[in-house]
Design a protein around this ligand. Structure first.
Ligand SMILES: [Zn+2]
Length: 687
């Protein structure tokens, strides 16, 4: 399901690339990866000096053993787990797809969704026929008032042409769910892609215009017309980009929160009939909503005024294809999308196997139906119990950490603890599963299934507006190898997928598990107190609970990390964006420190001798190696560049080096000397 480009929401652990927009046959690896143990010695480069480059030491052999497969732009520890999980889900889906009268209603849905997705021949035979009703509506547009209805309907089917629309918790009153209008309508990954200078950026724009041209040709336009239409589309998108906010500015919730009466929305963009828009988008009547970026709407209004209907129609035809999953389009379209978005932009040589993409598509569309089967089979109660204990340990560590901070006043400390103790822990899978009984999944109708699942989900979202918040809801499906903190919910969420080896390995020493899953738990917890999360209180409201002096201290400390990470060079001359990645870096640093404190307390309780080597390493060394190995892996240069320019997470190697550099305890554990790269004289610490 495509997420609304807009409204903030959750901060996730890993900037895992969605593999959605991708594919084609190809001999891409079908290798079945096994889950690694908590501490995998074979991944280490023990000839490297841990004090010189700890990432190399902990992970130096990873890419030799597990090179980036031809169907990936990046490959690391998370991706290996994902490959493994895909095989598990694949077996479940093949079984569900095989049919039989004994299938449950959910098994029918996931089985038939998957089987329809796999039927590439039927999809090819249909051509663009399933999209014809939408293309007809575009062709029939006579004036801009009709346009409004169409744009609203497009939101319902995830076509974010010209703008984005969705629902969110009200930042300032987290008990309320409200509608939200946001910027949107771009085909490049981020607004700066339209303006950045330099050879690579310019080539990307040329490739993009060529990609649009190719799509229009596939839709039947003659070459010369397709080329000139692509230019007009690029101009239109550039004008939208000009009034859009960049990814870094969007991290500040204050920048994307402007609650206003619906009547004010009409003043910002009178060219849009908002009541009709809202009805078509499936929203209930609303008297107020969040306009994330008011300047964008003003700009959009002017742009719609100044653009003739023919150009708008051309743009919409492109957008309808662009926002549709290539999996349910004829192969030529799918291949063209792969070529630009995966191959050119990210350096991925080959499309992923169709079955892998269909597994992922089923998880996107029916995640809690699939996840229910997955959790029952793959997530033993013992893993849940162990995680609950770990979470409580880390929360106690945070409580202690707050108590001992030398820069925070007693007043702010009390508020911080209030927030900490209000955090809800969600582990494994939801208590109450989503009900898909009203969603029809028909065998042999891949496009229709995709559309119905999208509409089902969007109507589910819209139905939340004006209702009490469901605190039990999950924003990730159970098999997901990731985790998140949601500032409006003030909850931390760990899907079953990440609560397995190597993150949690029942056979590993405690030290290793604290380094792995402990650091993950600490990471999510710290998100409640990073530069974004700290602006929300324990109830999930955007409300300032800091004294002015403490806020200033926080910002100074955070600024140290902005500079530290901003000095890392990711690829060519492209630096990590210290501001964009600040929240994640704060969470990584705080998270490992909390895990470290929790492990020390655990060791004390259990009488673990910290000087005693086991299997060649002291427990504290095992702890840091476990942490370092969370991030083993490598990215192709194109992918590395794109991540740095769009993703809130620093590339993996800096997530390791950046954190251990800031922990003198690391240097002590490995006998580093002050002044060595991993034990610099000046280090940063926020939490
Ligand atoms: Zn995070």
């Amino acid at each position: 399901m495509k997420k609304l480009a807009a409204t903030i929401a959750v901060v996730i652990l890993a900037g895992i690339a969605s593999t959605a927009q991708a594919q084609s046959a190809g001999a891409a690896s079908d290798k079945e990866y096994q889950l690694l143990p908590g501490l995998a010695k074979e991944l280490m480069d023990t000839k490297a000096d841990p004090c010189g480059d700890f990432f190399q030491y902990a992970c130096g052999n990873f890419s030799k053993l597990y090179p980036i497969p031809s169907d990936r732009a990046t490959f690391g520890n998370f991706d290996m787990m994902q490959e493994h999980t895909e095989h598990v889900l694949h077996a479940m889906l093949e079984k569900a797809a095989a049919g039989g009268a004994e299938r449950t209603a959910n098994e029918q849905k996931i089985g038939d969704y998957y089987a329809s997705c796999m039927d590439a021949d039927a999809i090819n035979r249909n051509g663009l026929k399933p999209l014809q009703p939408q293309l007809d509506r575009i062709a029939a547009l006579k004036d801009k008032s009709e346009l409004t209805s169409l744009l609203g309907y497009f939101q319902l089917i995830n076509v974010n042409a010209f703008l984005g629309f969705g629902e969110q918790q009200d930042f300032k009153d987290a008990s309320k769910q409200i509608a939200a209008v946001d910027q949107g309508g771009l085909g490049l990954p981020e607004r700066d892609y339209y303006f950045r200078t330099g050879d690579v950026a310019e080539k990307t724009r040329r490739d993009y215009v060529q990609h649009i041209t190719n799509i229009l040709k596939l839709m039947g336009e003659p070459e010369s017309q397709a080329a000139s239409d692509a230019q007009s589309i690029m101009q239109l998108e550039t004008a939208l980009a000009k009034v859009s906010m960049d990814v870094t500015s969007r991290r500040d919730p204050q920048n994307i929160y402007h609650l206003m009466p619906t009547t004010d929305l009409e003043k910002l963009a009178p060219g849009v009939n908002w009541n009709r828009f809202l009805v078509e988008a499936g929203a209930p009547p609303v008297s107020e909503l969040n306009v994330a970026n008011p300047e964008f709407l003003k700009g959009l209004n002017a742009l719609l005024d100044a653009t003739d209907m023919k150009t708008i129609q051309t743009y919409l035809r492109w957008q309808v294809i662009h926002w549709t999953d290539g999996l349910v389009l004829p192969k030529a379209f799918d291949d063209e999308m792969f070529d630009f978005y995966r191959h050119k932009l990210r350096g991925q040589p080959e499309q992923r196997a169709r079955w892998k993409r269909c597994v992922e598509a089923t998880d996107n569309a029916l995640g809690e139906a699939l996840g229910q089967v997955y959790a029952a089979q793959e997530f033993p109660p013992s893993s849940k119990e162990a995680t609950v204990l770990m979470v409580h340990d880390i929360e106690s560590a945070m409580d202690q950490d707050i108590s001992t901070l030398d820069w925070m006043s007693a007043e702010t400390k009390a508020r911080a603890k209030e927030k900490l103790h209000a955090i809800a822990d969600k582990i494994g899978y939801p208590d109450k599963w989503r009900d898909y009984s009203k969603l029809t999944i028909a065998r042999g109708d891949a496009f229709g299934n995709d559309q119905r699942a999208i509409i089902f989900e969007n109507l589910r979202q819209m139905a939340k507006i004006g209702k009490p918040v469901d605190r039990g809801e999950w924003g990730m499906t159970p098999p997901t190898i990731n985790a998140y903190y949601n500032p409006s919910m003030n909850d931390i969420n760990f899907p079953a997928g990440i609560l397995q080896r190597p993150f949690y390995d029942p056979k590993s020493p405690d030290a290793v598990n604290y380094g792995h899953i402990g650091a993950v738990v600490g990471h999510e917890l710290t998100h409640g107190f990073d530069d974004e999360g700290r602006q929300f209180d324990g109830k999930g409201n955007l409300a300032d609970w800091w004294t002015a002096q403490d806020a200033k201290q926080f910002e100074e400390k955070a600024d140290c990390e902005v500079k530290e990470y901003g000095n890392f060079v990711a690829v060519d001359d492209v630096h990590v964006n210290g501001k964009l990645t600040l929240g994640e870096n704060t969470a990584d640093n705080g998270g490992l420190r909390l895990a470290y404190m929790a492990f020390l307390a655990d060791a004390k309780r259990k009488g673990i001798d910290l000087t005693q080597k086991q299997d060649g390493y002291t427990p504290l060394q095992q702890f840091f190696i476990g942490f370092g190995q969370d991030w083993c892996g490598a990215s192709r240069p194109e992918e590395q560049r794109m991540r740095v320019q769009t993703n809130e997470h620093a590339p993996r190697e800096f997530r390791v080096r950046g954190v251990v550099q800031n922990m003198p305890e690391f240097g002590q554990a490995f006998g580093c000397k002050p002044g060595q790269p991993m034990m610099p004289q000046n280090s940063c610490r926020v939490w």
